[in-house]
Design a protein around this ligand. Structure first.
Ligand SMILES: Cc1cc2nc3c(=O)[nH]c(=O)nc-3n(C[C@H](O)[C@H](O)[C@H](O)COP(=O)(O)O)c2cc1C
Length: 258
């Protein structure tokens, strides 16, 4: 039975055949999370620090700006524990937005059908990474457009690759809007079964000109603590060969349409 058939069958069994209309809504909800086929995916192996990797995305168009400084600070902590890291710069490359074509759910798990930007490369890197950290500058109180488009396409088309992997967002701003920015990014992690890694304060640092963020000593310490916490959680998760919670239920999807 393929995925669509499964959802249809489950929906009809749950709602009764008289309520056929919500079935298509349930389909789209399942696809929204990219989670359906992931529920049986478990990682049975034990990992050591030396075999773990954290993928870090710098969402700033300034490759050596403040967001990068924060990621570097976290990276140094992770490397102290022997955990490998990779920072991918979105830079100034255009990133397409999701156009809800549904192609990613019909191509055998190959991910987003657009292959002319960074999204594919990042999805592939995510497949071999154990955790994800996304940093963004605050633009009008939100992550910048490239970060949002990238995360939406990545999670929608390849949710199974991020599921159960710890994640953290960080935001850099001149003055305000960082908490709303974090909220936006964390909401994506929170519906992908990703444990969200925190710090001694919200994962925020302040600076405007390139490198200015290093003067925010509390912000820099917050980043180091985040790196420590990420290393600690990764060690715990991979210490007993049971890197994902057992689930005995398939996810249920219900839309609320009158
Ligand atoms: C289009 C745009 C919008 C911005 N909006 C905000 C904002 O809402 N709040 C804020 O504090 N800073 C804002 N900033 C400033 C940046 O967040 C800040 O300079 C940040 O340090 C840039 O990080 P980066 O060096 O990694 O690119 C904005 C900058 C740009 C270019």
């Amino acid at each position: 039975m393929d995925r669509r058939d499964f959802i249809k069958k489950t929906a009809l069994a749950a709602a009764g055949t008289a309520i056929a209309a919500p079935v298509s809504a349930m389909l789209s909800r399942a696809e929204e999370t990219g989670l359906l086929e992931t529920q049986t995916e478990q990682n049975p192996t034990t990992k050591t620090n030396a075999t773990m990797k954290v993928l870090m995305i710098n969402g700033s168009p300034r490759p050596d700006g403040n967001t990068f400084c924060c990621l570097q600070e976290i990276e140094k902590q992770l490397q102290k524990y022997g955990i490998a890291t990779e920072i991918v710069q979105i830079g100034r490359q255009p990133v397409r937005m999701c156009i809800n074509c549904g192609g990613c759910h019909q191509n055998g798990g190959k991910g987003c059908v657009f292959d002319d930007d960074l999204c594919h490369e990042i999805i592939q890197k995510m497949a071999s990474s154990d955790a994800l950290i996304v940093g963004t500058p605050v633009y009008y109180g939100q992550p910048n457009g490239g970060v949002l488009s990238l995360m939406q396409r990545m999670f929608y088309s390849a949710g199974r690759l991020v599921q159960n992997k710890p994640a953290a967002a960080l935001a850099v701003c001149r003055r305000g809007g960082a908490t709303a920015t974090l909220q936006t990014m964390n909401m994506m992690f929170e519906m992908m079964n990703m444990p969200v890694v925190t710090s001694q304060y919200w994962n925020i640092a302040y600076g405007a000109g390139k490198g200015e963020v290093k003067l925010d000593t509390e912000g820099m310490q917050t980043m180091r603590t985040l790196g420590n916490n990420m290393a600690w959680l990764l060690q715990k998760i991979h210490s007993d060969g049971d890197a994902a919670p057992k689930r005995d239920e398939r996810p249920q999807f219900m839309n609320f349409i009158r």
